[in-house]
Design a protein around this ligand. Structure first.
Ligand code: HEM
Length: 406
């Protein structure tokens, strides 16, 4: 893809690189899936989630911003080791980087007919526009990444994926400095927007299917107590909260985030159900079609996942891709969805705040994706969240209005 991969991504986003280029990047990214990493990062996910719940207490009308702030902060902490206090404007810029990149995939005819990129440069009239976007993207990445790189080099960086895997001498990563930067920053953009979108989809489901949310709340209440005896769910509750785990899967099935996964090429001949695909055939997963292969696909029905595999988010669900290229963040993503959905179900009531269309989630907008009135379940729940946020030291940050940052 000479435009989206070449000009916009400078041939450094593994997501759409050919095999010989993604393998080395993928090798280092696998550190994210290890049990030790998941345990260490789990503590940060819980803390950021507590902050998000407190943000709901102080600024409930900005519910959608809390989803993005959460998703971005968690992955920035994991990847770069920073506890970012980013302004709304900075978060919007990062969100735009994803939107512009994803929007560039296949938008230019050159990505469909890559030989056009072999024309003499003066005939490639599309180049300056996409190259400018690539430069803007590079500068944005550098602004976030360079201070962290400097700290790793001078030995003052806190634990992070960049410090402990990517730049660690034992890893022996074969790429150059810019490759390092793109691996780290790709994680941030891949991890932020997807998680935000999934939480927004959950909110839409809450408007459309209050009875499902009542059932889910009953499960959380059973495990975590009610009223003054209630506590916030934690990641350790995953085994006991099977219905919430099923909800996480249903959110991704009901309104698939990925209409198409990036296409992959068969490296050998394949025979499947009587069909023959020669090596070199391109494959992609048609998200809406695959997600619609079930009974009453339009219905939000977590029960369909209660099959003994509800804790395994990739089982029977193709929204993370599959096989060797399965999303490297899928376990982290599952834990983020679980902890936040469990807590939101427990503590927040959602009602429509004006007309909306349940088919349209307005995913690209920076504003509210659809009108919602979010209210806390009651004073006891507010107090519980505030107490918990105080305990982990995130109360003041949650109270703070990021719009005031420049
Ligand atoms: C609901 C959340 C998420 C969904 C639905 C999702 C989905 C996907 C999909 C469909 C792919 C492409 C798979 C393929 O090429 O076949 C992918 C790749 C990727 N995802 Fe995720 N993802 C999510 C969250 C995350 C998170 C939290 C992270 C970061 C830790 C992450 C990091 C990545 C990376 C780095 C790749 C590229 C992997 C490669 O090049 O092989 N994703 N994701």
């Amino acid at each position: 893809m000479p435009v989206s991969s070449g000009l916009v991504s400078r041939d450094r986003r593994s997501l759409i690189l050919p095999q010989e280029q993604w393998m080395e990047r993928r090798r280092v990214m696998h550190g994210l899936l290890s049990g030790t990493a998941l345990k260490q990062y789990g503590a940060w996910q819980e803390e950021e989630s507590t902050k998000m719940m407190a943000e709901y207490v102080f600024h409930p009308q900005r519910w959608y911003r809390h989803h993005y702030r959460y998703a971005n902060s968690v992955i920035v902490r994991i990847a770069l080791g920073e506890q970012p206090l980013k302004s709304t404007k900075e978060l919007e810029e990062m969100q735009n980087a994803v939107t512009f990149f994803v929007g560039s995939i296949g938008r230019s005819v050159v990505d469909w007919f890559p030989d056009l990129a072999k024309l003499p440069w003066f005939l490639q009239v599309w180049r300056p526009y996409w190259a400018r976007l690539g430069q803007w993207n590079y500068d944005l990445y550098a602004k976030w990444y360079n201070p962290v790189k400097a700290k790793v080099e001078n030995g003052t960086a806190p634990p992070s994926f960049v410090r402990d895997f990517l730049m660690h001498p034992d890893t022996r990563f074969k790429g150059d400095c810019d490759d390092l930067m793109y691996v780290a920053m790709q994680l941030i953009e891949a991890g932020s927007d997807t998680t935000r979108e999934a939480l927004n989809i959950m909110t839409m489901a809450a408007l459309e299917y209050p009875e499902v949310f009542a059932k889910a709340r009953a499960e959380v209440d059973r495990v975590c107590g009610v009223g003054k005896d209630a506590r916030l769910p934690t990641l350790e509750d995953m085994d006991a909260l099977g219905y919430i785990c099923a909800m996480c899967k249903e959110v991704l099935r009901w309104r698939p985030i990925f209409p198409l996964t990036p296409d992959h090429t068969a490296s050998q001949d394949i025979e499947f159900e009587g069909y023959y695909f020669p090596a070199g055939t391109g494959f992609t997963i048609n998200g809406p079609a695959v997600c619609g292969e079930c009974e009453e696909p339009e219905r939000f029905m977590p029960e369909r996942w209660l099959d003994g595999h509800e804790q395994d988010i990739a089982h029977g669900l193709w929204q993370f891709g599959g096989g060797r290229r399965i999303c490297v963040g899928y376990r982290l993503a599952q834990r983020s969805l679980f902890i936040n959905i469990a807590r939101l179900v427990q503590c927040v009531d959602y009602k429509p705040n004006g007309p909306y269309n349940a088919e349209i989630l307005n995913l690209e907008a920076v504003g509210e994706p659809f009108p919602v009135r979010a209210t806390l379940r009651g004073e006891q729940y507010k107090a519980m969240i505030v107490e918990e946020a105080k305990k982990v030291g995130v109360l003041e940050e949650a109270r703070f209005n990021r719009d005031k940052l420049q």
